[in-house]
Structures are given as C-alpha cells and as structure tokens.
Ligand binder design. Structure first.
Ligand code: UT7
Length: 327
C-alpha cells in the first residue's frame, strides 16, 4: 500500500471517426509537355512509367503553410466543426523549409484555432496515416476531443528541377481530416512500421534535394505494402471484400495498381474503387491520401459510409495504413 494519490484520467471514447475532409492545390497546372520543354522527358514515358498526366506546382510566394490553412479550413467546414472546438492540430509534412517554428502552430493560429496542442509529424509519404492513427488514439484516450490532421507539402522546393526522375513525379498540395469521438469505432487501429535498414533508398542530398533509388523503392513498395494494408484490415476485424475504396499513397500508378491487384488476389472485390489521383495531382507525399479521397468524394466515386483502406509509404523507409469510414 502507498499513500500516493491515485491519478485520474480524461474520459475517452469507445471509438473515433473522420468527421470531414478538405483539400487544396495551387492553381498552376504543369503538363508533361510543359516539363519536356525544360528537361529530357516526354509525355509517353511519364504516362506509361508513372501514370501522371499533369500536376500542380506552387508559385515561389505560395507556401506549404498557405496550402495547409486552406485544406484545414475546408475540412472543418465539411465537418461542420467550428475552429474553436479543435484542441489539437497535427501537421504531417517533410518539406517545411525550416524546422522551427513548426507549421502546425502557425497554421492553427491562421485558421483561428485558439491555443491547440500543435505539432508537425514527419513520416514522409506515410505521414498522413501516422497522423490519423495518432489523432484517433488521442481522441479515444480522452487526450483530445477534436483533432485536425493536415498533410501538406511544397515538394517543388525540395526537388532538383534538372533531376528528371524526381522532377516529373513530385508536386504540391494539401489534404486534411477532422477526427472526433464516436460510440461506434469508425477508424481502425493503425498498422505501422519502418524498415530503417533501407534508410539509404530515399533521402536528401547536401543541396537539400530529394534523391531516391527509384527501382529499389518501387520493388519494395510493390511487394511489401499490400501485406501492411492486409494487416490494417485484420486488426480492424475486416476482410479485403469489405473494402469499398482503396487509397494507397499516390507515388506511382503502377505501384497503386500492384497493391490493388494483390488485395484482389486476397479477396477484395473487382468493383473496389482504387484511387488514381496521381494522374492529375502527381505525388504530393503526406498530402496524397487525403487529397485523393477528397477528390473522389467530390467526384462521387467515394461515398459517405464507404469502408476506406488507406496505406502510405516512403522515406524512412516508413509505412502505415488503416481502415476507416468515409465521412
Ligand atoms: O513517394 C515516396 C516513395 N517513392 C516511390 O514509391 C517511387 C518508386 N519508384 C518509382 O516510381 C520509379 O522508380 C521512378 C518513377 C522514380 C523512376 O522510374 P523507373 O522506371 O524506375 O526509371 P529509372 O530511373 O530506372 O530509369 C529508367 C530509364 C533510364 O534510361 P536508361 O538508362 O534505361 O536508358 C532513365 O534515364 O528511364 C530514363 N528516365 C527517363 N526518361 C524519360 C528516367 N526518368 C526519365 C524521364 N523521362 N523523366
């Protein structure tokens, strides 16, 4: 026995759910033909090897934090949540030009969220799924009531414009989700991990440009990510046949198709809708999953109540996925 006082905990909730989604892209559209004027590439190579038709590039004076504010506001509006109700802001990204001040606190202030817990999270292209997992568990544990998760990137600042393998892939944008409590769990447990032994496959050069050993990353993603997605279903008590919408990180359309093929070989339905937002958005790293799902909802290919399976993967190498119900 001890006379130490017992600690009390915040009341949590049985489950959590995504209350709303929002996204933002800069206006400037860059086609493959535009790129072929400034580097040795062509539309046929890009479409057949990567699946991109066009992407959005920010202007010099448009910042990652600007995209995040716009996507965050849109998600709050979609959720019908007032900024004053949000107590936590998580901002997955890997392209903030400076490490301090963090993006989350600045973005929260600009949206009008009063004094939230605010932090950036870097798990590269897996960042949104990491952030969603943390948000869900904060809500369930009672540490937060409403969490705004915003994946935002300005990758054009981090790509050498003469590096044709990367300059054609990466693009700019943001996607956001609002997470709150729910009696019935509507966000499954996150299935996450990292392969630090493969750390050298993606990184930054001394000039602070992204490099990747493309083919090795491609092989890893096409073989190792479908099992992570399957594990996310298993821990949520779901089967591949339950998935209505598959949203893999939009790294390369051939990787997306390989993941979908593996899931279908394991029981996912032919009619399962598969995100192909990379065609018109490029690879926006931690923004790509919420950006793709928001676009799919607007296009009517993903509907409220659908079972979504998201899986992100990238530098680290890091990966994470979870199942959740589409708001
Ligand atoms: O988001 C984070 C995770 N990242 C990924 O998941 C990316 C995974 N990797 C990939 O998606 C692909 O590896 C890339 C898109 C990055 C590159 O595609 P690849 O098919 O692996 O091309 P490669 O770099 O191996 O190059 C193949 C050929 C080379 O020519 P040779 O040496 O065979 O004559 C390249 O010089 O394609 C050439 N090439 C290009 N040609 C026209 C490379 N980039 C281009 C280009 N346009 N933009």
């Amino acid at each position: 026995m001890t006379d130490r006082p017992a600690l009390s905990l915040n009341p949590g909730s049985r489950g959590s759910r995504v209350l709303g989604l929002g996204s933002f892209q800069p206006e400037k559209v860059v086609t493959n033909d535009d790129l072929s004027k400034v580097m040795d590439t062509n539309d046929e190579w890009i479409q057949s090897r990567v699946g991109i038709v066009e992407r959005r590039f920010a202007e010099k004076d448009e910042l990652l934090t600007d995209f995040a504010v716009a996507a965050g506001k849109a998600a709050l509006e979609d959720a019908g949540v007032d900024p004053s109700e949000v107590d936590t802001v998580i901002l997955p990204n890997c392209t903030m030009p400076t490490l301090i001040p963090n993006a989350a606190a600045q973005v929260a202030a600009r949206i009008g969220i009063p004094n939230p817990g605010a932090f950036d999270l870097n798990a590269a292209c897996a960042g949104f799924c990491y952030g969603l997992g943390v948000a869900s568990d904060l809500v369930r544990a009672g540490s937060a009531k409403k969490v705004l998760v915003i994946g935002a990137e300005k990758l054009t600042d981090s790509v050498n414009p003469t590096d044709r393998a990367n300059a054609i892939i990466f693009a700019d944008g943001a996607g956001a989700a609002v997470v709150g409590a729910s009696d019935e769990p509507q966000i499954g447990p996150v299935s996450w991990g990292s392969a630090g032994d493969l750390v050298d496959l993606i990184g930054m050069t001394e000039e602070k440009f992204i490099y990747q050993e493309g083919q090795s990353v491609f092989r890893w993603a096409t073989t190792q990510i479908a099992p992570i997605a399957m594990r996310a279903l298993e821990v949520a008590g779901l089967k591949p046949s339950d998935v209505d919408v598959l949203v893999p990180h939009q790294a390369n359309l051939r990787i997306v198709e390989a993941i979908a093929k593996k899931l279908r070989a394991n029981g996912a339905r032919e009619e399962m809708v598969v995100a192909d937002d990379i065609k018109y958005s490029g690879n926006t790293s931690s923004a790509s999953i919420p950006l793709a799902l928001d676009h799919m909802r607007k296009a009517g290919t993903a509907k409220s109540g659908d079972v979504v399976l998201a899986v992100g993967f990238g530098a680290g190498l890091s990966y994470a996925g979870q199942a959740f119900v589409c708001p």
